[in-house]
Design a protein. Structure first.
Length: 225
């Protein structure tokens, strides 16, 4: 079984993370993972990026965390690009594009929450509603939509209730399901992600496997916790 993290944040780009590139490589190698998707908070979320910069420069800065992990992990751990898009506490994981496509998509932040899923689908991107029932003091309501392609139904950083409600949401709407760690620190007790019988060949292979409902949702005890 090949293990892949789908939801992880770097200190370089996500303001709420404490993970350096070296931390990320160590955590996932020691827990037997094959690869990791870096999904830092996008420039409309909890980011370290200077939002006074022109859009293209913001994207260049946004990708720094991913690039650092990829460099540190070379030859040891597969590293793929993703992002976590934000609607004021409602978050969507997006897989499929790299830095070049993001730099060219200056309309990326224009769609409303209900329009964002179709926007991604029209471009072949996989949009996943992350931890849809997350509870926090800065979240005053839960937003749901039938227009998102997949749901993160197991988030290793969230409560059992949050995850059970996510499963109900996905099943009622017939959505694909994934798991993710939502990792921000190396001592988080549990990890997640997706397990596959064969190695991924790239981001688009992951996207298509999720769409075909392949793989299993991981629940891994972090050996560093």
């Amino acid at each position: 079984m090949y293990l892949y993290e789908t939801h992880c944040h770097t200190k370089r780009t996500s303001a709420c993370s404490r993970l350096t590139a070296d931390d990320i490589v160590e955590v996932y190698l020691k827990n037997g993972y094959t690869g990791v998707f870096i999904t830092d908070h996008f420039i409309n979320g909890n980011t370290t990026v200077d939002r006074s910069l022109p859009y293209g420069e913001q994207i260049r800065e946004f990708c720094r965390g991913y690039r650092e992990v990829k460099e540190r992990a070379a030859g040891k751990l597969e590293v793929y690009f993703g992002l976590e898009y934000s609607y004021g506490g409602t978050d969507i994981l997006v897989y499929g594009w790299e830095e070049e496509q993001l730099r060219e998509a200056e309309d990326f932040m224009r769609p409303s929450f209900s329009e964002f899923g179709p926007y991604c689908a029209e471009r072949g991107l996989l949009a996943v509603h992350a931890h849809p029932f997350r509870e926090a003091d800065y979240i005053d309501h839960v937003c749901l939509t039938s227009n998102i392609e997949a749901i993160e139904t197991y988030n290793a950083a969230r409560s059992d209730r949050c995850n059970r409600l996510g499963e109900f949401y996905a099943k009622e709407y017939g959505k694909a399901e994934i798991g993710g760690s939502d990792l921000h620190s190396r001592d988080q007790k549990f990890l997640s992600g997706m397990g596959f019988e064969t190695k991924l060949t790239g981001v688009w292979d992951f996207v298509e496997r999720v769409r075909r409902r392949e793989g299993i949702i991981l629940k891994v005890k972090n050996v560093l916790a």
